[in-house]
Design a protein around this ligand. Sequence first.
Ligand code: SF4
Length: 98
Amino acid sequence: MEKTKNYNVEGAVLTIPLRYDENAGRYMEVYPDFIKEPVYTPEGHPIMLTLEDACVFGEKKNANEPLVDCGSCRFYRQMQNTLIGVCGCEKKRTNIME
Ligand code: SF4
């Protein structure tokens, strides 16, 4: 049976498959492509990976660090112990609430 891990990401339930990595000696999460197939929270915010390239709407989280990916963006809400988080930028939000 496939190993999986479940997350409740601000109300969006995700099931992430796990694959054993021989080099790391532990199970690693196998993330879906949230760019090709976007997933949104019930509030309409897109779920993103921390390492996704920063988009044109991104803004630096820290003035002395470059904006390179979602993880370095002030709009990103990182979940613990995973590369999954939520983009809180209003320009990236869907209008599903309107
Ligand atoms: S968190 Fe949102 S606004 Fe920031 S870089 Fe990622 S997608 Fe763009």
